[in-house]
Design a binder for this molecule. Structure first.
Ligand SMILES: Nc1ncnc2c1ncn2[C@@H]1O[C@H](COP(=O)(O)OP(=O)(O)OP(=O)(O)O)[C@@H](O)[C@H]1O
Ligand SMILES: [Mg+2]
Length: 317
């Protein structure tokens, strides 16, 4: 066995978890290389928090193999806890304390010693743009500031693997973008991030790889690009004023699909300027009045709905 190959930061095989007779995780496999961002994407109740809790030694799996930094959270929870930082779905900050006091409290819990606690706290306050607010009680913070503090707290122990459970839920778009920068900064510093989210755009922006979790199963896994390729469907939609125009256009573009009810022609396309110009050229000279034209490129939303929609239809029958 080669000793030069770095083991994955997180490795999960056949992970199962039930609460009573409710199977919440039904055989999950994950492999997160060190220094990467991996996103677990799924709707409410998919099992995201349950995965995070098991990896973070906070819940016991019923079956399967779990390794975090090479350690088994069940057999060696202390070794795992030394490596990880966890920002839970619900805030761990104390609203009555100031930002600095929250971080100092964390330093004491981690037995960092006074000097190291103060040093790390001020460096994190700086990194998370909270130096000015450091002496103010957290209850006066905005949602974004409080979320940044929450993440800063999980970094007091200088973890190499960080779990962020829905870090931007409830934040406005601007605060969400600020937090994305914070997460990118973590990764640039060599930290491995496992991020759960319900936002496709977030996974698309941040993650090297994405696993789509639905009802306790991974229904797809890959890079954002790979997942998008699972869903064909890039197309141009052209609306016509009347059925005559639609019929003429459909004859001119045989690969198109005509919707006679909506008077719309749907043409498979990558949406590039070149393809659209060629398409318009073909329609030109047919004396058509085009009402509107829209371009649809598949995004992660399409993937998500295609995959999780199928799954929920399956269980609804
Ligand atoms: N301690 C528990 N006891 C019983 N059921 C639980 C427990 N924890 C989670 N569940 C159930 O497990 C399922 C998955 O929950 P989980 O919190 O992991 O989902 P999630 O993907 O994090 O959802 P959300 O996006 O709402 O946070 C849900 O049906 C939930 O009700
Ligand atoms: Mg959750």
């Amino acid at each position: 066995m080669s000793t030069t190959v770095q083991p994955p930061a997180i490795e999960v095989r056949g992970l199962e978890k039930s609460f009573g007779d409710h199977a919440v995780l039904s055989g999950i496999d994950l492999n997160v290389p060190a220094g990467t961002v991996f996103s677990l994407l799924g709707p409410n109740g998919a099992g995201k928090t349950t995965v995070v809790r098991i990896l973070a030694t906070l819940a016991r799996p019923d079956g399967g193999v779990v390794r975090v930094g090479g350690h088994d959270p069940l057999a060696d929870p202390d070794a795992v806890r030394e490596l990880i930082g966890v920002t839970g779905q619900f805030s761990a900050v104390d609203e009555v304390l100031t930002g600095a006091e929250n971080l100092h409290l964390m330093g004491r819990l981690l037995h960092l010693g006074r000097t190291e606690t103060v040093r790390r706290a001020s460096s994190l306050l700086e990194q998370f743009d909270l130096t000015e607010a450091a002496r103010k009680p957290v209850k006066t913070y905005s949602g974004g500031m409080s979320r940044r503090l929450d993440i800063a707290m999980s970094l007091m122990g200088d973890p190499s693997i960080v779990f962020l459970d829905e870090p931007t839920t409830g934040l406005d778009p601007r605060s969400r973008r600020e937090l994305w920068d914070v997460i990118r900064g973590l990764v640039a510093g060599g930290v491995t991030v496992l991020l759960t989210t319900q936002y496709l755009q977030e996974a698309d922006q941040l993650a090297d790889r994405i696993a789509v979790l639905d009802a306790g199963r991974i229904v797809a896994e890959g890079t954002a690009g790979e997942l998008k390729r699972l869903v064909p469907g890039g197309h141009v939609r052209i609306g016509f004023a009347d059925a005559h125009g639609l019929a003429a256009a459909a004859r001119a573009v045989p690969q198109a699909e005509a919707d006679a009810d909506q008077l719309v022609l749907q043409v498979p396309s990558d949406g590039s300027v070149g393809e659209i110009r060629a398409l318009l050229d073909r329609l030109d000279g047919h004396d058509l009045s085009i009402g509107e034209l829209s371009i649809h490129t598949p995004d992660l939303d399409d993937v998500f709905f295609a995959l999780t929609g199928t799954a929920s239809e399956g269980t609804a029958q």
